[in-house]
Ligand binder design. Structure first.
Ligand SMILES: [Zn+2]
Length: 403
């Protein structure tokens, strides 16, 4: 998801009512995915570049320009006040009177996967558009998440002088998810004219994080909390995405064993991982916490496993099967969502006081649902960060009743 904007903030810190009003997502399957979890009347916009007109034309215009020239365009081009809304099937206003905006512009240009092309990469214009939309809608507080390599100056340039920002590196382990690797940089970006600082954000974050510290840390094996029925459910859904299983008759799919999910190449990779474990030393996790990503091949020197950090490797947009070796099964989608802070299990949801988060939905494949998770921000990270940022930023005048 590129961004989601929320409507209204009570003026008192930590006394909040957040109602999602708009989202912006370019991928139709990902839009469908968010449909299942968002209010029915929420406006769903598509490509964020539409703020300047036709997205292909925008990309083409920016393609061969220097960084400075791209900035000049982003700040100089007139902005459209409406975009095509997939919910209402018409042009809807971008400005829904939201005070708070949460954004996650595509980050590959600042990651190793995107060859660190940075401001010359193909997704960089979406960062500029994220800044342009916040200027257009005068969002008082923007919370932006990205990979750790994204420089603060780039975000400052995209948002312009009306905004001030601070950034913080945060990992799931900072908010109680010790066994998950997903380091990210979070930015609190505030409208200089509309907001005032009530408290130092870094101090508050450190205070909150110290309260969330687990002792002893949560081990990876605790993610495996599914029942045998839930294992069967996941194997069934995943089997439809496996080409070597495409001839398996429908009644038999419900009874497949997890190992049947692995094709020949993955079975070989699993053996290679186990051999590498046996022959190696200095593993950062115990055997019972060993998880191997079967989308990578140890034989070519590419080991993505929990042995490296003691944590579940970062879930990617296009990831393969995460195999728990001693349980001899995949980590279920429901467990992967749980690792990212979604309350997928009843006990978790009851503790959080929310309805359980449903993972499987009609019309979406296991692969698409896994991709949505790879795109996702860690719920606990973004939740803690946003609450702290909201508590530290006050509105100079109360604009909460302006709609
Ligand atoms: Zn709409």
């Amino acid at each position: 998801m590129v961004e989601a904007a929320a409507h209204r903030v009570q003026p008192q810190p930590l006394s909040l009512w957040l109602q999602p009003r708009t989202t912006c997502e370019v991928d139709p399957a990902m839009r469908l995915c968010s449909n299942f979890h968002m209010p029915a009347d929420l406006c769903q916009f598509g490509n964020i570049l539409e703020i300047w007109g036709d997205p292909d034309a925008v990309q083409a215009s920016l393609a061969d320009l220097t960084y400075e020239e791209r900035l000049c365009c982003a700040h100089g081009w007139p902005l459209r006040s409406t975009g095509f809304c997939y919910t209402h099937q018409r042009q809807c206003a971008y400005n829904a009177g939201c005070h708070v905006r949460v954004q996650g512009p595509p980050c590959p240009d600042y990651s190793a996967a995107g060859l660190r092309r940075g401001a010359s990469g193909p997704t960089f214009p979406t960062m500029l558009a994220a800044g342009a939309k916040s200027r257009l809608t005068r969002s008082a507080l923007v919370v932006l998440e990205n990979v750790c390599g994204l420089p603060e100056e780039v975000v400052a340039d995209a948002f312009g002088p009306d905004y001030t920002l601070s950034s913080f590196a945060q990992s799931p382990s900072d908010v109680g998810f010790d066994c998950v690797a997903r380091p990210r940089k979070f930015f609190a970006i505030t409208d200089v004219a509309a907001t005032e600082t009530l408290y130092d954000l870094r101090t508050l974050l450190e205070e909150v994080q110290s309260k969330l510290k687990r002792e002893p840390p949560l081990s990876l094996r605790t993610l495996l909390c599914a029942s045998p029925d839930e294992v069967r459910e996941d194997v069934y859904h995943l089997s439809w995405c496996r080409s070597h299983l495409k001839r398996v008759p429908l009644p038999d799919r419900a009874n497949l064993q997890p190992v049947a999910l692995l094709n020949g190449q993955e079975a070989t990779r699993l053996t290679d991982y186990v051999m590498a474990w046996r022959d190696g030393a200095g593993h950062k996790c115990q055997w019972e916490d060993l998880v191997c990503h079967l989308g990578d091949a140890p034989a070519t020197g590419w080991c993505t496993w929990s042995s490296a950090s003691g944590k579940l490797p970062t879930i990617r947009r296009s990831s393969g099967i995460y195999w728990h070796v001693s349980a001899n099964r995949q980590i279920l989608l429901k467990e992967l969502y749980g690792s990212m802070g979604f309350c997928t299990f009843a006990g978790c949801a009851a503790a959080a006081g929310v309805a359980p988060f449903r993972v499987f939905h009609p019309g979406l494949s296991h692969r698409q649902l896994a991709q949505a998770l790879g795109n996702s921000q860690h719920v606990a990270n973004i939740g803690v960060f946003t609450v702290c940022a909201l508590a530290c930023a006050g509105l100079k005048d109360d604009r909460s009743n302006r709609e």
